[in-house]
Design a protein around this ligand. Structure first.
Ligand code: SAH
Length: 276
């Protein structure tokens, strides 16, 4: 168990605030603003400064207090607006200036969001911080696509992995990923999709296992393409799908046809929040 003092203890023991600022590492969910937690929505109305990533859409930015400063730090593959080290330094500096900082990230800050790295820096620098979880893409995007990640008839486990290419090679545990009756969800895997499908088949997954790619899930631009490990890469290439895309592989994908309920074109008439 950590022996680090809590923010409250810290205030008590010093008698005054050592650092009057605080950083909230907040998950913004996968896109639809209605998937924000109440806590995230409230913090957005109270923040002095919001430091946000490219995956956070206008519908959510619109909820931020008008007087707050907005700082975009990007974070698209090969197009980082600010390197991670500078983002870390920025949030530390803002907190030291006494600001209530919301560090707003797509999905959940602790799932492929580098929230852990930022929290470590804040802890090292003795800056008070809190983590506000968000709906991660696997959960939000699969729900809006109509693909249950587990199902008693088809999948008893579910694995999240990243398909981010490092030195043109994918360093994943293919033996584990290829387990039967398991759903595999891959973040940041669009560029590596052909290799992912090839490796899963090479490690024993059947060529006709259903698989899907969901682009901009939960938003009014959501597109879902389903196929099999053999057909999916070509289908995705033909449709020129672009990031952010989530890959979902496993028998559960076959349920998508029956369970799809979210029709982006009809969101307005259904009273669902349209996303700018
Ligand atoms: N922390 C985030 C993930 C950040 S990594 C989370 O918990 O969701 C970024 C990757 O997440 C994207 O490349 C994509 O694979 C996935 N992703 C995030 N939002 C998405 C969306 N709306 N639709 C499809 N994929 C999404």
């Amino acid at each position: 168990m950590s022996t680090r003092p809590t923010n409250l203890q810290r205030l008590d023991s010093v008698g005054e605030r050592r650092c009057p600022g605080i950083v909230y590492l907040v998950g913004a969910g996968p896109g639809d603003p209605e998937l924000l937690t109440l806590r995230a929505a409230r913090l957005l109305t109270q923040a002095d400064t919001v430091v946000y990533d490219h995956l956070v859409g206008d519908g959510i930015l619109g909820l931020i207090r008008k007087e707050a400063d907005l700082i975009y730090v990007g974070k698209e593959k090969s197009c980082h607006t600010l390197p991670q080290g500078e983002i870390n330094a920025l949030i530390v500096r803002l907190a030291r200036q006494g600001k209530q900082v919301v560090r707003l990230k797509g999905g959940d800050p602790f799932i492929f969001g580098r929230g852990g790295e930022e929290a470590e820096v804040l802890a090292d620098e003795d800056i008070p911080f809190e983590i506000v979880p968000g709906v991660t893409a696997a959960s939000g995007v699969s729900s809006y696509a109509g693909i249950p990640l587990t199902h008693r008839d088809y999948a008893q486990s579910c694995v999240f992995a990243t398909g981010h290419l490092k030195d043109d090679s994918l360093d994943l545990d293919w033996v584990n990923l290829a387990h039967p009756r398991q759903t595999v969800v891959i973040y940041m895997g669009l560029g590596a999709l052909p290799e992912i499908c090839r490796q899963l088949m090479a490690h024993g997954r059947a060529a006709n296992i259903p698989a899907a790619v969901v682009e901009q899930g939960t938003t009014d631009k959501q597109r879902v393409v389903t196929g099999t490990l053999t057909t999916l890469p070509q289908l995705v290439a033909e449709r020129k799908m672009k990031s952010p895309c989530l890959i979902i592989i496993g028998e559960v994908v076959a349920l998508q046809e029956k369970l799809q309920w979210f029709h982006p074109d009809a969101t307005a008439s259904l009273g669902h929040a349209a996303i700018a």
